[in-house]
Design a protein around this ligand. Sequence first.
Ligand code: TMP
Ligand code: ASP
Length: 256
Amino acid sequence: MNRRRRVYEGKAKILYEGPEPGTLVQHFKDDATAFNKRKHEVVDGKGVLNNRISEYIFTQLGEIGIPTHFLRRLNMREQLIREVEIIPLEVVVRNIAAGSIAKRLGIEEGTPLSRSIVEFYYKKDELDDPLVSEEHITAFGWAAPPELDDIMSLSIRINDFLCGLFLGVGIRLVDFKIEFGRLYENDMMRIVLADEISPDSCRLWDRETDEKMDKDRFRRDMGGMLEAYHEVARRLGVLTENENVSQGTGPVLVKD
Ligand code: TMP
Ligand code: ASP
């Protein structure tokens, strides 16, 4: 069906060879997975929403000077990106205790953290992405100390900016996961933001009601995942009111 060369296939995305050297096409699938794929479902229309939301966020971050892999959106499910060498780390930034930190340290979910916490997980499915420290990262050579400095300062800038962006549309940014890559240009190497930022990779709570508007709806069998993602997109202003994101019969869209 697709004649382009597939470079990589992950849980929620496929990367194809791009039209020019040094570019790739990032395709957003409808697959929703959790717990390292032990839970899996196809959510019709999710890929379209994540493509739009991630495009919007990467564009905004680009405008404040955060270097990213994003070039432009190509269609409903695809964006053109720069090819980077992915650093095998999942960088998690937390503002409010939830998920694994709440469980691991026995903190009640919803407790605000007195300062933002940056955590690193080694990207290795076979090991279920273990939590690692900066010592592990530099000792095993996953990133060099100056690269880690860049990753840390970019992550904090991204968090500060996104907290404000989401708060402006009535959403609290509880935590999120980002990935970085090495971009080689001429003789230079730069650390850039890669992958995606979407309700798949963030915890987003309604500012007034604490209602979850992210993948926890799927992880925790709460239902209403697509409607929640649609509402995030709507509040960010990236979808017109009645735009149908599904290629099938169409989801029931949230209207207010
Ligand atoms: P955690 O509380 O499960 O460690 O997740 C922290 C944040 O990172 C949360 O917003 C969800 C996101 N995340 C991913 O995007 N991918 C993952 O594989 C995991 C475990 C978390
Ligand atoms: N995305 C990860 C997985 O597919 C985990 C998660 O987000 O909960 O397993």
